[in-house]
Design a protein around this ligand. Structure first.
Ligand SMILES: Nc1ncnc2c1ncn2[C@@H]1O[C@H](COP(=O)(O)OP(=O)(O)OP(=O)(O)O)[C@@H](O)[C@H]1O
Ligand SMILES: [Mg+2]
Length: 247
Protein backbone atom coordinates (compact mmCIF):
# COMPACT_ATOMS: atom_id res chain seq x y z
CA UNK A 1 0.00 0.00 0.00
CA UNK A 2 1.30 3.41 -0.88
CA UNK A 3 -0.26 6.70 -0.03
CA UNK A 4 2.36 8.74 -1.79
CA UNK A 5 0.11 9.69 -4.65
CA UNK A 6 -2.71 11.94 -3.56
CA UNK A 7 -5.76 11.20 -5.70
CA UNK A 8 -8.17 13.62 -4.17
CA UNK A 9 -7.64 16.71 -2.09
CA UNK A 10 -10.11 19.27 -0.77
CA UNK A 11 -8.89 22.57 0.63
CA UNK A 12 -10.71 25.38 2.43
CA UNK A 13 -14.02 23.81 1.55
CA UNK A 14 -17.08 25.76 2.63
CA UNK A 15 -20.58 24.43 1.93
CA UNK A 16 -23.70 26.41 2.78
CA UNK A 17 -27.27 25.14 2.96
CA UNK A 18 -29.37 28.25 2.72
CA UNK A 19 -27.27 30.70 4.71
CA UNK A 20 -26.14 28.07 7.18
CA UNK A 21 -22.58 26.79 7.08
CA UNK A 22 -22.79 22.98 7.11
CA UNK A 23 -19.22 22.16 6.13
CA UNK A 24 -15.96 23.95 6.74
CA UNK A 25 -12.96 21.77 5.96
CA UNK A 26 -9.42 23.10 5.88
CA UNK A 27 -7.94 20.06 4.21
CA UNK A 28 -8.91 16.50 3.43
CA UNK A 29 -6.92 14.19 1.22
CA UNK A 30 -7.18 10.66 -0.06
CA UNK A 31 -4.16 8.70 -1.26
CA UNK A 32 -3.94 6.07 -3.94
CA UNK A 33 -5.10 2.66 -2.63
CA UNK A 34 -6.24 4.32 0.55
CA UNK A 35 -9.59 3.70 2.24
CA UNK A 36 -10.78 6.32 4.72
CA UNK A 37 -13.73 5.89 7.06
CA UNK A 38 -15.67 9.08 7.67
CA UNK A 39 -17.46 8.95 11.01
CA UNK A 40 -19.57 11.40 12.99
CA UNK A 41 -23.03 12.02 14.43
CA UNK A 42 -26.22 12.62 12.45
CA UNK A 43 -26.33 15.91 10.60
CA UNK A 44 -22.65 16.56 11.03
CA UNK A 45 -21.89 16.84 7.31
CA UNK A 46 -20.65 13.37 6.30
CA UNK A 47 -22.90 13.01 3.25
CA UNK A 48 -22.24 16.63 2.31
CA UNK A 49 -18.48 16.08 2.41
CA UNK A 50 -18.82 12.88 0.39
CA UNK A 51 -20.88 14.70 -2.25
CA UNK A 52 -18.42 17.58 -2.40
CA UNK A 53 -15.48 15.18 -2.85
CA UNK A 54 -17.42 13.30 -5.55
CA UNK A 55 -17.97 16.64 -7.32
CA UNK A 56 -21.74 16.30 -6.97
CA UNK A 57 -22.20 19.70 -5.35
CA UNK A 58 -20.69 23.14 -5.73
CA UNK A 59 -19.03 24.45 -2.59
CA UNK A 60 -19.49 28.13 -1.76
CA UNK A 61 -15.72 28.34 -1.43
CA UNK A 62 -12.68 26.14 -1.75
CA UNK A 63 -11.24 23.68 -4.20
CA UNK A 64 -11.30 19.95 -4.86
CA UNK A 65 -8.36 18.60 -6.80
CA UNK A 66 -8.25 15.28 -8.61
CA UNK A 67 -4.67 14.15 -9.24
CA UNK A 68 -3.53 17.71 -8.54
CA UNK A 69 -5.92 19.28 -11.03
CA UNK A 70 -8.52 21.68 -9.74
CA UNK A 71 -12.06 20.55 -10.61
CA UNK A 72 -13.99 23.14 -12.61
CA UNK A 73 -16.72 23.22 -15.24
CA UNK A 74 -14.31 22.17 -17.97
CA UNK A 75 -13.27 18.87 -16.39
CA UNK A 76 -15.89 17.93 -13.80
CA UNK A 77 -17.73 15.43 -16.02
CA UNK A 78 -14.51 13.71 -17.05
CA UNK A 79 -13.43 13.47 -13.39
CA UNK A 80 -16.81 12.12 -12.29
CA UNK A 81 -16.52 9.34 -14.84
CA UNK A 82 -13.50 8.07 -12.94
CA UNK A 83 -15.48 7.88 -9.69
CA UNK A 84 -18.46 5.87 -8.44
CA UNK A 85 -20.92 6.60 -5.65
CA UNK A 86 -22.96 4.14 -3.60
CA UNK A 87 -25.84 6.04 -2.05
CA UNK A 88 -27.42 5.23 1.25
CA UNK A 89 -30.61 4.18 -0.54
CA UNK A 90 -29.80 1.81 -3.43
CA UNK A 91 -31.68 3.96 -6.04
CA UNK A 92 -32.09 1.12 -8.52
CA UNK A 93 -33.69 1.61 -11.92
CA UNK A 94 -37.03 0.02 -12.73
CA UNK A 95 -35.51 -2.83 -14.73
CA UNK A 96 -33.58 -6.07 -14.24
CA UNK A 97 -30.55 -6.49 -12.02
CA UNK A 98 -28.39 -7.08 -15.11
CA UNK A 99 -29.59 -3.86 -16.75
CA UNK A 100 -29.05 -1.91 -13.56
CA UNK A 101 -25.41 -2.94 -13.42
CA UNK A 102 -25.02 -2.40 -17.19
CA UNK A 103 -26.64 1.07 -17.16
CA UNK A 104 -23.65 2.95 -15.77
CA UNK A 105 -21.33 1.26 -18.26
CA UNK A 106 -23.58 2.28 -21.15
CA UNK A 107 -23.69 5.88 -19.95
CA UNK A 108 -19.91 5.94 -19.70
CA UNK A 109 -19.53 4.66 -23.26
CA UNK A 110 -18.04 1.30 -22.29
CA UNK A 111 -17.80 -0.94 -25.40
CA UNK A 112 -21.20 -2.66 -25.74
CA UNK A 113 -19.79 -6.04 -26.71
CA UNK A 114 -17.83 -6.19 -23.46
CA UNK A 115 -20.71 -5.23 -21.17
CA UNK A 116 -22.15 -8.76 -20.56
CA UNK A 117 -18.77 -10.08 -19.48
CA UNK A 118 -18.07 -7.13 -17.18
CA UNK A 119 -21.55 -7.26 -15.63
CA UNK A 120 -21.40 -11.04 -15.23
CA UNK A 121 -18.05 -10.81 -13.48
CA UNK A 122 -19.24 -8.27 -10.90
CA UNK A 123 -22.55 -10.03 -10.27
CA UNK A 124 -20.52 -13.11 -9.48
CA UNK A 125 -18.13 -11.20 -7.21
CA UNK A 126 -21.08 -9.93 -5.19
CA UNK A 127 -22.70 -13.37 -5.11
CA UNK A 128 -25.80 -12.33 -7.06
CA UNK A 129 -25.39 -14.04 -10.47
CA UNK A 130 -28.65 -15.87 -9.88
CA UNK A 131 -30.49 -12.54 -9.57
CA UNK A 132 -29.42 -11.21 -13.00
CA UNK A 133 -32.87 -11.54 -14.58
CA UNK A 134 -34.84 -10.48 -11.50
CA UNK A 135 -36.61 -7.17 -11.34
CA UNK A 136 -34.63 -4.77 -9.15
CA UNK A 137 -37.70 -3.32 -7.43
CA UNK A 138 -38.65 -6.76 -6.12
CA UNK A 139 -35.37 -7.42 -4.33
CA UNK A 140 -34.84 -7.59 -0.59
CA UNK A 141 -32.84 -4.79 1.04
CA UNK A 142 -29.67 -6.91 1.24
CA UNK A 143 -29.96 -8.02 -2.39
CA UNK A 144 -30.49 -4.43 -3.51
CA UNK A 145 -27.36 -3.35 -1.60
CA UNK A 146 -25.34 -6.01 -3.38
CA UNK A 147 -26.68 -4.80 -6.71
CA UNK A 148 -25.72 -1.20 -5.96
CA UNK A 149 -22.22 -2.33 -4.96
CA UNK A 150 -21.92 -4.45 -8.14
CA UNK A 151 -23.04 -1.44 -10.17
CA UNK A 152 -20.35 0.76 -8.63
CA UNK A 153 -17.53 -1.83 -8.88
CA UNK A 154 -18.49 -2.66 -12.49
CA UNK A 155 -17.43 0.87 -13.38
CA UNK A 156 -13.99 -0.03 -12.03
CA UNK A 157 -13.58 3.50 -10.73
CA UNK A 158 -10.42 5.03 -9.36
CA UNK A 159 -12.33 6.36 -6.36
CA UNK A 160 -15.37 4.86 -4.71
CA UNK A 161 -17.66 6.80 -2.35
CA UNK A 162 -19.83 4.75 -0.02
CA UNK A 163 -22.50 6.52 2.03
CA UNK A 164 -23.58 4.15 4.80
CA UNK A 165 -24.05 1.29 2.37
CA UNK A 166 -25.01 -1.20 5.09
CA UNK A 167 -27.38 0.69 7.34
CA UNK A 168 -30.70 -1.03 7.94
CA UNK A 169 -29.37 -4.47 6.98
CA UNK A 170 -29.72 -7.39 9.32
CA UNK A 171 -26.57 -8.15 11.24
CA UNK A 172 -25.57 -11.33 9.40
CA UNK A 173 -26.07 -9.77 5.98
CA UNK A 174 -24.07 -6.77 7.10
CA UNK A 175 -21.07 -8.80 8.29
CA UNK A 176 -21.11 -10.88 5.08
CA UNK A 177 -21.16 -7.78 2.90
CA UNK A 178 -18.53 -5.98 4.97
CA UNK A 179 -16.17 -8.94 4.58
CA UNK A 180 -16.84 -9.03 0.85
CA UNK A 181 -16.33 -5.30 0.47
CA UNK A 182 -13.08 -5.44 2.46
CA UNK A 183 -11.78 -8.19 0.15
CA UNK A 184 -12.81 -6.33 -2.99
CA UNK A 185 -11.24 -3.06 -1.90
CA UNK A 186 -7.92 -4.66 -1.08
CA UNK A 187 -7.96 -6.84 -4.23
CA UNK A 188 -8.75 -3.96 -6.57
CA UNK A 189 -6.75 -1.23 -4.80
CA UNK A 190 -9.60 1.21 -5.45
CA UNK A 191 -9.34 4.26 -3.21
CA UNK A 192 -12.47 4.80 -1.18
CA UNK A 193 -14.19 7.08 1.30
CA UNK A 194 -16.69 5.20 3.43
CA UNK A 195 -19.28 6.84 5.68
CA UNK A 196 -20.56 4.95 8.69
CA UNK A 197 -22.16 5.48 12.08
CA UNK A 198 -21.05 2.10 13.31
CA UNK A 199 -17.46 2.13 14.41
CA UNK A 200 -17.38 -1.66 14.51
CA UNK A 201 -17.63 -1.67 10.69
CA UNK A 202 -14.41 0.30 10.30
CA UNK A 203 -11.79 -2.45 10.88
CA UNK A 204 -13.35 -4.55 8.12
CA UNK A 205 -12.39 -1.94 5.57
CA UNK A 206 -9.60 0.26 6.81
CA UNK A 207 -7.39 1.60 9.58
CA UNK A 208 -7.76 5.25 8.52
CA UNK A 209 -10.43 7.36 10.16
CA UNK A 210 -11.58 10.93 9.87
CA UNK A 211 -14.01 12.28 12.44
CA UNK A 212 -16.42 15.07 11.54
CA UNK A 213 -18.12 17.21 14.15
CA UNK A 214 -20.53 19.98 13.23
CA UNK A 215 -19.10 20.33 9.74
CA UNK A 216 -15.46 20.32 10.79
CA UNK A 217 -12.74 17.69 10.75
CA UNK A 218 -11.79 17.20 14.35
CA UNK A 219 -9.60 14.11 14.17
CA UNK A 220 -7.84 12.05 11.61
CA UNK A 221 -5.51 9.10 12.04
CA UNK A 222 -5.36 5.37 12.58
CA UNK A 223 -8.14 3.56 14.47
CA UNK A 224 -5.95 3.34 17.56
CA UNK A 225 -4.92 6.99 17.42
CA UNK A 226 -8.52 8.12 17.13
CA UNK A 227 -10.27 5.73 19.55
CA UNK A 228 -7.37 4.83 21.88
CA UNK A 229 -8.15 1.13 21.55
CA UNK A 230 -6.88 -1.46 19.13
CA UNK A 231 -9.18 -2.27 16.25
CA UNK A 232 -10.62 -5.80 16.30
CA UNK A 233 -12.52 -7.44 13.53
CA UNK A 234 -13.19 -10.56 15.52
CA UNK A 235 -15.81 -9.69 18.08
CA UNK A 236 -18.40 -11.72 19.92
CA UNK A 237 -20.82 -10.88 17.13
CA UNK A 238 -18.54 -11.89 14.25
CA UNK A 239 -17.79 -15.19 16.02
CA UNK A 240 -21.51 -15.84 16.21
CA UNK A 241 -21.74 -15.05 12.52
CA UNK A 242 -19.13 -17.68 11.69
CA UNK A 243 -20.90 -20.32 13.76
CA UNK A 244 -24.18 -19.49 12.04
CA UNK A 245 -22.58 -19.65 8.57
CA UNK A 246 -21.00 -23.04 9.18
CA UNK A 247 -24.25 -24.68 10.28
N1 LIG B 1 -30.53 19.55 0.71
C1 LIG B 1 -30.39 20.14 1.89
N2 LIG B 1 -30.98 21.32 2.16
C2 LIG B 1 -30.82 21.93 3.35
N3 LIG B 1 -30.07 21.42 4.34
C3 LIG B 1 -29.47 20.26 4.13
C4 LIG B 1 -29.59 19.54 2.90
N4 LIG B 1 -28.85 18.40 2.98
C5 LIG B 1 -28.32 18.42 4.21
N5 LIG B 1 -28.67 19.52 4.90
C6 LIG B 1 -28.24 19.88 6.26
O1 LIG B 1 -26.82 19.87 6.27
C7 LIG B 1 -26.31 19.32 7.48
C8 LIG B 1 -25.37 18.17 7.13
O2 LIG B 1 -26.15 17.15 6.52
P1 LIG B 1 -25.51 15.77 6.03
O3 LIG B 1 -26.57 15.08 5.28
O4 LIG B 1 -24.23 16.03 5.36
O5 LIG B 1 -25.22 15.07 7.44
P2 LIG B 1 -24.74 13.59 7.74
O6 LIG B 1 -23.55 13.69 8.64
O7 LIG B 1 -24.59 12.82 6.49
O8 LIG B 1 -25.96 13.04 8.60
P3 LIG B 1 -26.61 11.55 8.70
O9 LIG B 1 -25.70 10.78 9.61
O10 LIG B 1 -27.93 11.80 9.33
O11 LIG B 1 -26.70 10.96 7.32
C9 LIG B 1 -27.53 18.89 8.28
O12 LIG B 1 -27.78 19.88 9.23
C10 LIG B 1 -28.65 18.83 7.27
O13 LIG B 1 -29.87 19.15 7.89
MG1 LIG C 1 -25.63 11.19 5.67
Amino acid sequence: MTNETVILEARNLLVLRGKREVLNIERFSLGKNEVVALVGANGTGKSTLLQALALLLHPAQGVVEFYGQKADNSNVLAFRRRMAFVFQEPLLLNTTVFDNVAAGLKIRGFPRREIPHRVGYWLEQLGISSLAGRHAHLLSGGEARRVSLARAFALEPEVLFLDEPFSALDFLTRIGLLEKLGELLSATGISAVFVTHDFFEVPFLTDRITVLKQGRLVKTGSFEEVFKIKPRRETFATSLYRIFQSE
